[in-house]
Design a binder for this molecule. Structure first.
Ligand code: SF4
Length: 244
């Protein structure tokens, strides 16, 4: 059903500003639409646009328990600045429970499994309750994202993925942040262009790819949120969702 409309909706939205795409998503899908943010600069832009228009789009973040203190601080600043709650969606196991079950520092030995439990399974659990989810991905972030479209039907579900910033460049994002005084993570000013969990993120030099500091030294470039990886079903069923 949704697939049959996607081409028509894509044609309507092609070339439209991100604010209009978000407003369309709210009109079409609210209350069954949500924005999942990892507090990157793109996510901060979308939070600004959602709040500016008072759109009925729920915002949540995957709180892995391993975020940088600076990311937590940004989370609080965004809630205070825009007056909207950003809900925490948490994994079934705390960091210490995961260590007991799978050993210390699973992110070093098996980062795909760690991301599967701490990010992908909680995301899938949360998305089971919506018909559309908004993401902050841009085409030029990774090779997996190079062909992303504004609207993407999710394989195996009736859900639609909406990517309002897909055609934006990094310069577009930072210009918007500067022009609108949007809060952003202070780590971006300290050599961290892309920020995930603290154990898997390092600063990069000016000559490196902006995402070179994510899972440094490994082939891995994605958590699996935007590229399918195996999800343990039992953990999908028991991820937790709480207020921030
Ligand atoms: Fe685990 Fe690292 Fe993935 Fe965070 S980014 S969930 S610590 S592997």
């Amino acid at each position: 059903m949704r697939d049959s409309h996607t081409s028509e909706w894509s044609a309507q939205l092609d070339g439209k500003p991100a604010a209009e795409i978000l407003a369309w998503a709210a009109r079409r899908f609210a209350p069954r639409v949500a924005f999942s943010t990892g507090f990157g600069p793109e996510g901060c832009v979308l939070i600004h646009l959602i709040a500016e228009q008072s759109l009925p789009i729920g915002v949540f973040t995957l709180d892995t328990g391993l975020l940088f203190p600076e990311t937590i601080e940004l989370w609080q600043r965004l809630e205070a600045r825009y007056g909207i709650p950003i809900r925490a969606v948490r994994p079934a196991l705390s960091v210490s429970e995961q260590a007991e079950a799978y050993g210390e520092a699973l992110w070093i030995r098996d980062p795909d499994r760690c991301c599967g439990m701490r990010k992908v399974a909680p995301l899938h659990g949360e998305l089971a309750g919506v018909d559309a989810w908004i993401t902050a991905i841009r085409r030029d972030q990774t090779r997996f994202r190079a062909h992303a479209a504004i609207l993407e039907p999710e394989p195996g579900s009736d859900r639609l993925k909406i990517n309002p910033l897909v055609a934006w460049s990094s310069d577009d994002v930072w210009s918007f942040i500067r022009d609108n005084d949007v809060p952003y993570n202070v780590l971006h000013d300290r050599g961290y262009p892309s920020i995930g969990c603290a154990p898997c993120t390092s600063p990069v030099s000016a000559r490196e790819d902006p995402r070179a500091g994510r899972w440094r030294g490994r082939e891995k470039t994605e958590c699996g949120l935007h590229a399918p990886i195996a999800v343990p079903v039992q953990l999908m069923m028991s991820s937790r969702s709480e207020g921030a």
